[in-house]
Design a protein around this ligand. Structure first.
Ligand code: NAP
Length: 245
């Protein structure tokens, strides 16, 4: 059974690795091609967009794909909609693999934003040092702001014209430890953190560090997705696929 895994998350890579030695399932791991040096599983890899819903339908048909797992990032909404439409039209089974969202713990001070633009508005005008961990592709909402100083953390460096005027760039790849997040928030004199509710264990330490240091968090909520059968772990996604074999 050929299974297309739409990647971009740790869970996608873990599922592809689990399936790479499976006797009945052949995974094909697909990436958008936006990360410069992605970590890759040991299986067939493809990279780059399909060309919308019709391009994906064409791919599913010509590559004889029997099932699709949408394991894209919780904030990668377009690919999820395309997969839902293409799979429904070809009657190809589709599973959404998505880790649970983070939820606030006692002592947290979360301010909810429904989008990145909303997050930027919530900062107000009083100058702050803002720890921005939304990723290099999500800087446009903050680009023209001159009131605040942004400490921008991303895996790949953004280009200078994508960044707000006042910024410090930190290039690093998760996982991040509680100790290092604590040290970073303190040494950079962070007043507020902005993050998307990605739900990843590898980037959750900043939330705990912010709680310990009484730093408020602007938490950008996940976008709406098509309602689909959902698995929260690579292991349960594998079980779902095995039931199709
Ligand atoms: P998006 O808005 O859902 O997708 C934009 C376009 O990129 C899609 O229409 C599709 O192009 C292509 N694409 C996305 N995921 C793909 C995949 N796995 N394989 C092949 N093509 C794919 O996604 P995005 O927010 O731009 O994110 C791009 C990728 O980065 C996603 O795979 C996502 O999992 C990963 N990522 C995103 C975030 C985030 O915060 N958005 C964070 C970490 C990782 P076509 O229409 O041409 O098929």
């Amino acid at each position: 059974m050929n299974v297309l895994i739409l990647g971009g998350t740790t869970e996608a890579r873990e599922l592809a690795t689990l399936l790479s030695t499976h006797p009945k399932i052949t995974p094909i791991f697909s990436l958008a091609g936006v990360t410069r040096h992605p970590l890759l599983p040991q299986c067939t890899i493809r990279s780059g967009g399909f060309g919308g819903i019709n391009g994906l339908k064409h791919y599913l048909h010509t590559e004889n794909i029997h099932a699709v797992v949408d394991a894209t990032h919780p904030f990668a909404a377009q690919m999820g909609h395309n997969a839902a439409a293409a799979c429904a039209s070809l009657c190809v089974p589709l599973l959404r693999l998505e880790r649970p969202a983070w939820s606030p713990q006692p002592g947290d001070h979360w301010i909810y934003a429904h989008s990145l633009n909303h997050a930027a508005q919530l900062l107000g005008n009083t100058p702050k040092r803002v720890f921005l961990t939304t990723g290099r592709k999500d800087l446009s909402a903050f680009r023209t702001d001159t009131a605040h100083h942004y400490i921008i953390r991303s895996i790949d460096p953004p280009s200078i014209d994508e960044c707000p005027q006042n910024h410090t760039l930190l290039i690093s790849r998760p996982p991040f430890s509680l100790e290092s997040e604590h040290a970073l928030i303190t040494s950079q004199r962070i007043d507020i953190l902005i993050t998307k509710n990605a739900g990843s264990a590898s980037t959750a330490a900043k939330l705990t560090a912010a709680r310990h240091l009484s730093i408020p968090i602007i938490m950008v909520q996940r976008p709406k997705r098509p309602s689909l059968t959902c698995a929260e772990t690579p292991e349960s996604a594998q079980l779902w696929l095995e039931r199709l074999c």
